[in-house]
Design a protein around this ligand. Structure first.
Ligand SMILES: *[C@@H]1O[C@H](CO)[C@@H](O)[C@H](O)[C@H]1NC(C)=O
Length: 182
């Protein structure tokens, strides 16, 4: 099991080196759809996996350049190690903060294996959380003490900025703002 993962990792690195070597630079539109999500083009922009249905009703996928610029990181294809440590899915379509609303997903992103080793994915969720008015380190802190309600609490305390922070209040999930899509 462990050794097969190692082989996969080695293969993946070999493939990504090969890709970068042959293309010269990473262009989202040229990436295979299975390494599109969480990749960063040479331009520093995030790649975005999109789906669409063809005329005969089939769902197809394409990799596109988003307008999201990643500071201090360019030309990067995420490792399988980080994909699994952070519990994210290379086949996920679009970029959304939905994962932060799910305790299991937040736990993965906040886990030391992800949080301390996978700056690309952490940067992405840091910004998605910020888009909801939430500071990711705070979310991770709360996640450790009260995993079930961490995001909801932060969202409701943010929304109720005028009043006192509603820690422990039982606000309905539906009161949370809609997740941001970029
Ligand atoms: C694209 O993917 C989303 C999320 O997985 C799904 O809800 C949607 O129906 C898909 N759209 C098409 C055209 O297949």
């Amino acid at each position: 099991m462990v050794s097969s993962m190692k082989i996969q990792l080695v293969l993946f690195f070999a493939c990504s080196l090969f890709l970068q070597g042959t293309l010269g630079e990473v262009v989202c539109e040229d990436l295979p759809t299975d390494v599109c999500a969480f990749s960063i083009a040479s331009s520093g922009k995030r790649c975005l996996l999109e789906n669409f249905s063809t005329r005969d009703g089939k769902v197809e996928y394409q990799c596109r350049t988003s307008e999201v610029v990643v500071e201090r990181m360019a030309e990067y294809i995420e490792t399988d190690g980080c994909i699994s440590a952070c519990g994210v899915d290379r086949n996920s379509v679009g970029i959304s903060s939905d994962a932060l609303l799910e305790p299991q997903s937040t736990a993965k992103i906040c886990s030391p294996a992800c949080y301390e080793n996978c700056p690309n994915i952490v940067d992405l969720y840091f910004n998605l959380a910020a888009g909801e008015g939430v500071f990711l380190p705070d979310l991770c802190q709360r996640q450790r003490t009260n995993p079930r309600r961490a995001m909801i609490e932060l969202l409701s305390s943010g929304a109720a900025a005028a009043g006192p922070a509603s820690v422990g209040s039982s606000q309905d999930v539906s009161a949370a703002p809609a997740p941001a899509y970029i």
